[in-house]
Design a binder for this molecule. Structure first.
Ligand SMILES: CC(C)(COP(=O)(O)OP(=O)(O)OC[C@H]1O[C@@H](n2cnc3c(N)ncnc32)[C@H](O)[C@@H]1OP(=O)(O)O)[C@@H](O)C(=O)NCCC(=O)NCCS
Length: 177
């Protein structure tokens, strides 16, 4: 039996160990996963009988005009049973009244969103492939440290990082990495 919740209050890292971020080169760990859910303005989680999370979706909304949906995932064994649809449906219920709700997705996922009222659009993304090397638990502090390091002569590492980013596979999914 799957239950749905819009709260993270009784969520802990142990509920997020099912193997989310499938296919990501450097997946957020359960602690980072928990924090990103807690920091989102809107969350819907699907949980099994034991309380483990089997699917989730989050949104970042400004409360006036717009919301962005960064992540949606259902664990593989639970796919194809309507969980993803229900997560998005409940999320949209909580975003009623906003002018725009945007999501970036791979082309093969587009029909899934179109069934829920989204229409195709174009977009652009910016990715920081150094993120995986930023070990600080505070991303703002980590970003400052990284910029300081980059400015103070560790240019070879920065060059390597840029090269890695440029050489990433053409098929690297913007939504999965
Ligand atoms: C996309 C995802 C969340 C859908 O979850 P789900 O619980 O399987 O979705 P549903 O069971 O509600 O499926 C609804 C419909 O969408 C279709 N669909 C789901 N995932 C699809 C996919 N990857 N490609 C094409 N169609 C898909 C299903 O076939 C289903 O259609 P049907 O009822 O006619 O068979 C899930 O496949 C997933 O976690 N994928 C990996 C992460 C990902 O790609 N997330 C999206 C990031 S934007």
């Amino acid at each position: 039996m799957v239950s749905y919740s819009e709260s993270t209050v009784d969520l802990s890292e142990r509920h997020l160990r099912g193997g989310f971020f499938e296919g990501w080169a450097a997946p957020p760990d359960p602690s980072q996963h928990l924090r990103l859910l807690q920091n989102s303005t809107h969350v819907v989680v699907a949980r099994d009988d034991t309380g483990d999370v089997i699917g989730f979706v989050n949104a970042l909304a400004d409360g006036v005009l717009s919301a962005y949906v960064p992540l949606l995932e259902v664990l593989p064994v639970h796919r194809g049973k309507g969980v993803g649809t229900e997560l998005v449906r409940r999320l949209l219920d909580n975003l009623v009244g906003l002018y725009m709700v945007d999501v970036m997705c791979d082309p093969e996922i587009r029909p899934f969103y179109e069934r829920l009222g989204f229409v195709a659009a174009s977009g652009a993304v910016r990715r920081n492939y150094e993120w995986r090397n930023m070990t600080s638990t505070n991303p703002i502090t980590a970003a400052r440290r990284y910029r300081r390091r980059a400015r103070s002569g560790q240019s070879a590492r920065v060059r390597d990082c840029k090269r890695d980013a440029l050489e990433r596979p053409d098929n690297a999914s913007p939504t999965r990495r």
